[in-house]
Ligand binder design. Sequence first.
Ligand code: GDP
Ligand code: IMO
Ligand code: MG
Length: 427
Amino acid sequence: MEKVDVLLGLQWGDEGKGKIVDVVTPKYDIIARFQGGPNAGHTLIFDDKKYVLHTIPSGIFRDNTINVIGNGVVIDPIIIKDEIDKLEAIGIDVASKMLISKKAHLIVPTHKILDKYSEEQKGKNKIGSTLKGIGPTYMDKTGRNGLRMGDSLATNFKEKYDALQEKHKTILGDYDYAELLSELEIKWFEAMEFMSKFTLIDSEHYINNAMAEGKTVLAEGAQGTMLDVDFGTYPFVTSSNTVTAGTCTGLGVAPNRIGEVVGIFKAYCTRVGSGPFPSELDNEVGENIRQIGHEFGATTGRDRRCGWIDLPALKYAIMINGATQLAMMKADVLDTFDTIEVCTHYDIDGEMYDYFPYDINSLNIKPVYKKIKGWNTDLTGLMDMADAPKEFMDYITYLEGELNVPITIVSVGPDRKQTLMREVELV
Ligand code: GDP
Ligand code: IMO
Ligand code: MG
C-alpha cells in the first residue's frame, strides 16, 4: 500500500507551494488539498503564463492526474467557479479531473460578511485576514452549525442555508450588510448551481482505496506552519491545522500512512497580515527583498512583510511536521546581496533562545544574526547544481547542518523550469 506524501509551508505561507506541487505532479496519480480555502493563492508559471489557484489543487494543469478537494477544505462556490471558468477558458476540462469531498464545508455569503465585521470589531488588533470568510466557516464547522458540499444534494438544502443565515444575522445585529448580502447571494446560488456538475465523493474512501491500489498521492498544504491554529503565532493565524497532522484529519489518512514530508521555505522570510515576525526588516533591505522578490499577495495584492530567514521558527516547523526533505525557494532573490543574514537565535531580555517561545506576541524578541557572504551571481539560469557558486552551496550546506534535514529541491526562479533536484541521502 502506498503512502501519502505531503508538501507544506514551513513559514507564514507563500513559500512557493503551488510551483513545486506543479513541478512534482507528474510523479503522482492524485494531488489533494487538505485544509484552508480561498485565503490561499498558489502561483504557477510555465510557458510564459502565470496562473493563480485558490481552491483547486496545483496538479490541475497536468494530464493524467486527479485533483481532490478534501474534507478539511472550505469552499466558496463563487471563487471556485471563477477559478474553473478561467481554466476552462484555456481548454482544461476541470470536471473530468477534479473531485470534491462531500464533507468539505461551504463558505456562505454571511461568513464573508462576518469576517469583515469581526476584523472591524478588533480594530488595531485585527488579524489581517484575507476576508474570504475562513474563520467564520471553520467556527461553524467546529460549532456544528456548518453547511457541507454534500448538503447541496438534499432537498432541504435551502432550509439549512436559511437557518445558518438567521444565526449569522443575529450576530450581525444592525451592522450594515444588506446590499452586500443580496449581491453576494445571487452569485452564490448561481455558483452552487454551476457546481452541481462536479462529482462529490467520500474522499477518505477514495484516497485510501487509491493507496491500496498502489496509486501515489501528494497532499498539498495551504498557508504555512506559523499560521497553524494550534502551533502558529496565535491569534495571528488562520483557522485550520496547516501542519502534517492536518493531512490526517483533512483527508482521512491514518498517521502511519504518511510518507515523505517536504517542508518548503524561502531563502529569506515573508509574512502578510498582522502578527509577530521576529526577523522582519522594516527598512531598505526589506524593501529591496520585496521589490526583487515581487512580494505582493497572490490573493489580496497586499505588500508582504519581508525579513531574513528565521532558524528558530524553521526548526520548530520541521519538528511539528516531521519534515523529511526540504525545498528552498526564491534563492535568486538574494542574488545581488553582498551579505545575507540568518537569524540563529532570539535574544529575549538578554537570554538566548534557539526555539520558538510560547508568548511570542508579548515578549521583547531581538533576533541574533549570523552574517553569510552572498554569492553575487545570477542564479536564474542555473541548470545543474554542479555549476552553482561556492557561496551558494555554502549557504545550503550551512542551512542543512542547522536544520538537520536535506534540501532536495532548490528553486531559482518562478518558472516550472527553474527548479533543481538534488540527490541527497535522506536522513
Ligand atoms: P504559495 O502560496 O506557497 O503557492 O506561494 P505564492 O504563489 O503565494 O507565492 C510565491 C511567489 O513566488 C509567486 O509569485 C511565485 O511565482 C514566485 N516564485 C516561486 N518560486 C520562485 C523562485 O524560486 N524565485 C522567484 N523569483 N520567484 C518564485
Ligand atoms: P497560501 O496558501 C499567506 C494569512 C492572512 C492573515 C491570516 C489569517 O497562499 O500560502 P485568514 O484569511 O485565513 O483568516 O487570514 O493568515 N494568510 C496567508 N498568508 N499565505 C496564505 O496562503 C495565507 N492564508 C491566510 O494574511 O494574516
Ligand atoms: Mg500564496
